[in-house]
Design a protein around this ligand. Structure first.
Ligand code: G4P
Length: 526
């Protein structure tokens, strides 16, 4: 095998997603412990936004600033190289999470056993489903009282709209929790509440092995046998192909805080999770083992130092070998560029790298050349398919309050939009600029950064809108008709595409009914 294929096959690039508080940070930290990337629990300064009483966004931004180093956490585990991409827990930054999901090859979803599937998990799963991303589910907090595991499985299946297959099974729950039966490897892991140590393993031959009775007692052993019989009867065999196709999610049970069930999850994960997969560009599909380098920018992290308008662009490598100081083409501008100080994020430390491989993320210091979704190649003119923008849910008109600084304002808005902080639309009826976001915080972030980084002042003017959606049609006449009828509600996005601004769900539904030839899209990727 060549060096390149060898490096590709040992890489596992994934994200952990959950509703806030389900245990994502704790699980991440335990995975890093197993990888030897950290040595004590509590060492992860994650992207987790600490709950502050006032939800002061400056605090949040400061915490995000610190978290650049934990945006990607890479470590070796056995023969594998693991890249965990962190996603912000705060829902106002959901757009960041959506984009990060375009740079991973698989996902682990953490669900709280007491709470089941929560809203943010549902939304993030929609993104995974759009891209057929393989998912593994970790049901967490088994040391606490929670719901019946069969009920949880039903909920996962119906709410996340994916087939499920337990690969481990809990023996009791809460105060009586005794451990899990590892269906994947036929063993019982006994639970000893302990924050640092790995559980004790009882090897067994099969489910009738009397060692089970000795380990957990006859009553629980009998219940376990009944449960497993039911599982075998109800759920299909685990099929790795179905998992890789994003149709079946293996489910593990455990307690991240107690480091319980985490190693089992990790060991199964490295075996079944995909290595970097082919990525679709507009022109063709790019295979990771192609010799020439390619990659795309999925995230831009602004520096909090207002004196230097520098950022870090996060590039996911899709094919070939990335080398420091090599000449690469920035396809959108057609310019050749060299990167003297690309960084990798090994074991939570940022350090300059000389080379990186598909699946890896490199951070490139940038002063405004990059835009979310930009493609870099060894020379080929091709563009990776756009990262999706989702219909924003909050809108405000942005107004200039310092006429002397309109250029600065213009530039600031352009750059913040390039970074993907929010989306800009121009209302075609009144020519006014409209900013759309997924969370209230972004408006504060934008106003603050425009002032401190660009010296521009703006003010927000409310507008009541329900949703902005992209519209198109094969019938030019029908589209023209629609635009004429809705001329007060038509806008253009930054790429010049038509966007319909619906002020209520009712109006949107009526428009859909009245104009059957028009397609309404709720993400920009169509
Ligand atoms: P998040 O990143 O998904 O938001 O969740 P995080 O890991 O921060 O976990 C949320 C809370 O749940 C934390 O408690 C954490 O200690 C707890 N937790 C995580 N896994 C388990 C588990 O297996 N069992 C139990 N009982 N609790 C668990 P906290 O009090 O909010 O924070 P902290 O003060 O402990 O950090």
């Amino acid at each position: 095998m060549s060096e390149l294929t060898d490096e590709i096959q040992r890489r596992r690039t994934f994200a952990i997603i959950s509703h806030p508080d389900a245990g994502k940070t704790t699980l991440t930290e335990k995975l890093l412990l197993f990888g030897g990337a950290i040595h004590i629990a509590g060492a992860v300064k994650s992207n987790k936004i600490k709950k502050t009483a006032t939800s002061d966004w400056m605090d949040i931004e400061r915490q995000r600033g610190i978290s650049v180093a934990t945006s990607v956490m890479a470590f070796d585990y056995g023969d594998y190289k693991i890249n965990i991409l962190d996603t912000p827990g705060h829902q106002d930054f959901a757009e960041d999470t959506y984009r990060t999901l375009t740079a991973v090859d698989s996902v682990i979803i953490v669900v709280d056993v007491a709470k089941g599937v929560e809203q943010q998990t549902r939304r993030l799963m929609e993104v995974c489903r759009m891209r057929s991303t393989p998912v593994i589910i970790f049901v967490n907090k088994l040391d606490r009282e929670g719901r019946d595991p069969f009920e949880i499985l039903d909920e996962l299946e119906s709410e996340l709209k994916i087939g499920v297959r337990p690969l481990s099974w809990p023996i009791n729950i809460g105060a009586k929790f005794k451990g899990v039966y590892n269906i994947y490897e036929n063993g019982i892991d006994l639970f000893t509440p302990n924050k640092q140590r790995v559980s004790e393993r009882v090897e067994i031959d099969d489910i009738n092995d009397p060692r089970i009775d000795r380990a957990v007692g006859e009553t629980d052993a009998a219940k376990l046998r009944d449960d497993l019989e039911l599982i075998e009867g109800v759920y299909p065999e685990f099929d790795v192909e179905e998992y890789l196709a994003g149709r079946m999610a293996p489910v593990f049970f455990g307690s991240a805080l107690n480091t319980f069930g985490v190693k089992e999850l990790l060991d199964c994960f490295v075996k079944i999770a995909p290595s970097p997969r082919p990525v679709a560009a507009e022109e063709r599909t790019i295979n990771p083992d192609e010799n020439t380098f390619s990659g795309f920018v999925f995230k831009i992290h602004a520096n909090m130092d207002p004196n230097h308008r520098s950022c870090i662009a996060f590039v996911k490598i899709c094919s070939g070998k990335f080398e420091r100081n090599a000449n690469y083409k920035h396809v959108r501008s057609g310019k050749m560029m060299r990167f003297a100080a690309p960084t990798a994020f090994m074991a939570q430390k940022k350090s300059i790298v000389d080379e990186a491989f598909p699946g890896d993320i490199v951070g490139i210091p940038d002063t405004g050349n990059f835009k979310i979704g930009d493609t870099l190649t060894s020379g080929e003119d091709m563009q990776f398919k756009g990262l999706p923008s989702f219909s924003p849910e909050m809108f405000k008109y942005i107004e200039n309050t310092d006429p002397m600084k309109s250029k600065q304002l213009e530039k600031g808005i352009q750059q913040l939009m390039d970074e993907g902080v929010a989306q800009l639309f121009v209302n075609q009826f009144n020519g006014r600029k409209l900013i759309g976001t997924v969370g209230q915080l972004q408006f504060e972030v934008i106003q603050y950064r425009l002032l401190h980084e660009y010296g521009a002042q703006c003010r927000w003017e409310p507008i009541s809108l329900y949703k902005a959606c992209w519209v198109e049609s094969d019938d030019a006449e029908a589209l023209a008709q629609f635009k004429k009828r809705k001329h007060q509600y038509m806008a253009l996005d930054r790429e010049g595409r038509d966007v319909f601004l619906a002020d209520s769900n009712y109006v949107l539904q009526m428009a859909q009914a009245d104009f059957p030839k028009i397609r309404f899209h709720f993400t920009s990727e169509f």
